[in-house]
Write a protein of this length. Structure first.
Length: 428
């Protein structure tokens, strides 16, 4: 049997420094008690102690197995020996019967992200390793993913859930090129036990099947390191495409604080088709408040319609795409698709319609889209609003606050709104 060396402190320090850590800023790490996350936590704890960085380990108890609570407490006892603070976050409420892994992952990210947000922690470390990267690459390859999917996981990425009004949380994955065997060897060298999750051997899960395929094949080159290397190369391509897309967006698109954009179609359509499609996808996701980009087939259909001289407009993914004067194309939020109404306390911050970060002043109320009768009442309160040159389809998609006294509070980018303390910032 081949001997595997533990991960050394010097090697781990190089992995951390490659992620450009913020000196002295507190960090968090996700630890389930499995070999990979526990090895990361212990190595990170050692590095943080040497660099005077506050570390908190977060364990999410999904409450899906009978032993989960006891296992979470056991992890806390282990970490106590290394003087690493430990917090258990519990996923409460009814549990799903289908699509369990994905929903549990969303709940896990949500709980950890909220904790980081509440405690002003801007870096969350995850223990995804070389094997995880290879498996992710193959799963997405089998699903027919393009460049973005095949790039798999990045060493650094933005947190996948909205974090309104606070510093963004960055996901850090220092172990993407480290074999799991080395992480297990690291724990053995410390005489540290770990927990084996039985779901890691459940053949009903696609990831487990892919893991077995990687382990039990005799195809030359079909290995974990090779698949992880390919994902990294696709990541470089993804980075190039993003840069080109950003360049085209800056040249062809103008954004407005009211949450819409105008496109110069001549400049947009001068780009490469792939870059145009990426630009449109990002625009529609941002303006439509969507969590995901539209399907490629729908984007391609829009692209071909925009090439026609008689483009009459359409809706797509919560957006209204319409023609403007001087040949401009306008993308605005489809007001009919907005249904969110949220309670807002005084001096609080929230996210509305996945588009606007709402920072409130001294007046509490309900945040909702602006209806016609509310616009009329607001104009009676402030006649300057009637002079506002704003298209109705944009106006109807804007947030307002309705107070308990039925007063209409307008956002800061409308006349008089700057005096109310109701600040609505269109998300970047």
């Amino acid at each position: 049997m081949e001997t595997v060396d533990p991960l050394t402190s010097d090697e781990f320090s190089e992995l951390i420094m490659a992620l450009d850590p913020v000196r002295g800023a507190p960090v968090a790490v996700a630890v389930s008690g499995g070999a990979d996350s526990l090895a990361l936590t212990l190595m990170l704890g050692q590095w943080c102690q040497a660099h005077d960085v506050a570390l908190t380990a977060l364990t999410v108890d999904h409450d899906l197995r009978q032993d989960s609570a006891a296992e979470a407490r056991e992890v806390g006892r282990w970490l106590g020996k290394y003087h690493i603070p430990h917090v258990i976050l519990k996923w409460n409420g009814d549990k799903p019967r289908h699509n369990i892994q994905q929903l549990a992952r969303q709940a896990r990210y949500g709980l950890m992200g909220q904790w980081c947000q509440d405690h002003n922690v801007a870096r969350l470390f995850l223990a995804h390793h070389q094997g995880d990267q290879a498996e992710t690459f193959l799963i997405r390859l089998f699903r027919g993913s393009g460049v973005d999917g095949l790039a798999a996981m990045r060493p650094r990425s933005d947190y996948p859930l909205p974090l309104p009004g606070r510093a963004a949380v960055t996901i850090c994955r220092p172990l993407l090129f480290t074999a799991r065997a080395r992480l297990e060897a690291t724990l053995r060298a410390k005489d540290q036990h770990w927990i084996e999750d039985p779901s890691n051997h459940n053949q009903l899960y696609t990831r487990v099947k892919v893991r077995k395929l990687l382990q039990q094949n005799d195809i030359d080159g079909f290995t974990v390191p090779r698949m992880a290397q390919t994902a990294a190369r696709m990541g470089r391509v993804q980075s190039l495409l993003k840069s080109l897309t950003d360049d085209l967006t800056r040249a062809a698109v103008k954004f407005f604080p009211e949450g819409y954009s105008e496109i110069n179609p001549e400049i947009l359509l001068s780009g490469h088709e792939e870059i145009i499609l990426r630009c449109l996808a990002a625009l529609i996701r941002r303006i439509g408040g969507g969590r995901y980009v539209p399907r490629l087939a729908k984007l391609e259909a829009l692209y071909h319609r925009l090439q026609a001289t008689d483009f009459a407009g359409q809706t797509l993914a919560g957006c209204l795409i319409s023609s403007r004067q001087q040949g401009r194309i306008m993308i605005s939020r489809e007001a009919a698709a907005i249904r969110e109404v949220i309670a807002l306390e005084a001096y609080s911050t929230t996210l509305w319609d996945w588009r606007f970060i709402i920072e409130n002043g001294p007046v509490a109320g309900r945040v909702k889209k602006l209806e016609d009768d509310e616009w009329q009442r607001a104009c009676q309160q402030n006649p300057d609003l009637e002079q506002q040159k704003l298209a109705k389809l944009v106006r109807d998609s804007l947030p307002c606050i309705i107070t308990p006294e039925d007063r209409v509070i307008m956002a800061n980018f409308l006349p008089g709104g700057e005096e109310t303390g109701f600040c609505a910032t269109f998300r970047q």
